[in-house]
Design a protein around this ligand. Structure first.
Ligand code: NAD
Ligand code: WQD
Length: 336
């Protein structure tokens, strides 16, 4: 298939682009490179021996999006482009709603005009908010607790309404849990700008000597070791989930929702210890107060994806840490 990947230069987008190319698909990427660099895609080209056609523009530029659809006959779109920092979304809500929601509306309008009605969308477990009704299933009520999460919830609503209004759309909403790790080559991986918000990139930067120690947010949660529990999933498993979803919507119409997680939770301390095993030396940490808004426990019920897509995550926490470390240690400053 000829596939448009929005946000394809980013962390999950670059890994998924690699897998799409390896499966023989033709990939066109649109990315404004606000949170990424084209180097990721040059490396994907190196790894696959295939070309990626990168268009550097913003989804807010509706005319440019229209033009791209006029010039290409896409069979499907995988839509990663979006801003994702929870704290920044609280500071700049209008920016987040504009970028994520309006950007998606522009994309959908161009798709409709061009008669392209197959979409895989990056949603997030963040739509479940602080629910601790674990495991979280697709039936758990949505209750996002911050502007970023609400952009995902609003986009899910828009896509549901679209599917109701026009039954020729095929839409997969993928709710990722906590993506980590990197391609086994160590050539591509997550390259956060500034101080990482998420646990794994922070731990990796401590391990590589860029930061002094990990601050563990809270050790008084009602969990076995008192620290928060999350469902970490290897980015290559996640990428495989996109291919399975694309395959599913290829010859079905409707709006489908799937959790992409492993179904198993690990505490912050378990992650720090696993990373220490990957690097061969313990990662220094210190307990700190809870981070506002954090749930104690979050992990997926991934059974719907297994039943419908025949997809399940394969890589365990040690593989996630080993691959993340290979990327971080061979690229201590990311792509720069
Ligand atoms: P990322 O920031 O690495 O990738 C997103 C890409 O989209 C970046 O390359 C960025 O430059 C681009 N982009 C953003 N706004 C754009 C716009 N208006 N026009 C064109 N390009 C734009 O993030 P990621 O971790 O790869 O996440 C991909 C998607 O998955 C996002 O939608 C994110 O919300 C979602 N998600 C991520 C996580 C996570 O923890 N990484 C978890 C759940 C969901
Ligand atoms: C994991 C655990 C922290 C950093 C976020 C977004 C969510 C989704 C995934 C996009 C928690 C603890 C963290 C640190 C720590 N993204 N922690 N020290 O909060 O589950 O989810 O990323 O959709 O929307 O909210 O992930 O990696 O930030 O935190 O102790 O320096 O690690 O308290 O228990 P989270 P995270």
């Amino acid at each position: 298939m000829k596939i448009l990947v929005t946000g394809g230069a980013g962390y999950i987008g670059s890994h998924t682009t690699l897998c799409l190319l390896e499966e023989g698909h033709e990939v066109v990427v649109v990315d404004n490179l606000r949170n990424s660099t084209s180097v990721s895609l040059r490396r994907v080209e190196r790894l696959t021996g295939r070309r990626v056609d990168l268009h550097e523009f913003d989804l807010l530029d509706a005319l440019a999006v229209d033009k791209l659809f006029e010039e290409n006959q896409f069979e499907a779109v995988v839509h990663f482009a979006g801003l994702k920092a929870v704290g920044e979304s609280v500071q700049k809500p209008l920016f987040y709603y504009q970028n994520n929601v309006v950007g998606t509306l522009n994309l959908l309008q161009s798709m409709e005009k061009a008669n392209v009605r197959r979409l895989v969308f990056s949603s997030s477990a963040t739509v479940y908010g602080a629910s601790e009704d674990v495991p979280l299933s697709e039936k758990t009520p949505l209750a996002a607790t911050n502007p970023y999460g609400r952009t995902k919830e609003q986009i899910e609503d828009i896509l549901s309404d679209l599917g109701t209004a026009d039954s020729s759309w095929s839409i997969a909403l993928l709710r990722y849990f906590n993506p980590v790790g990197a391609h086994e080559s160590g050539l591509i991986g997550e390259d956060p700008q500034g101080v990482p918000n998420n646990l794994l990139p922070f731990v990796a930067q401590v391990a590589v000597g860029r930061r002094e120690k990990v601050l563990v947010f809270g050790n008084d949660y009602p969990t076995p070791d008192g620290t928060g529990i999350r469902d970490y999933i290897h980015v290559m498993d996640l990428a495989a989930g996109h291919l399975a979803a694309l395959d599913y919507v290829k010859d079905r119409t409707g709006v489908f929702r799937w959790n992409l997680g492993t179904g198993r939770g690990y505490s912050v301390i378990e992650v720090i210890e696993a990373f220490g095993r990957a690097t061969g030396s313990p990662v220094p940490f210190q307990f700190a107060p809870r981070r506002p808004g954090d749930a104690a426990v979050s992990y997926a019920d991934p059974s719907a994806a297994l039943a419908d897509l025949r997809w399940s995550a394969r890589k365990d926490l040690d593989q996630m840490c080993a691959d993340h470390w290979r990327w971080q240690s061979t690229n201590p400053h990311g792509f720069s």
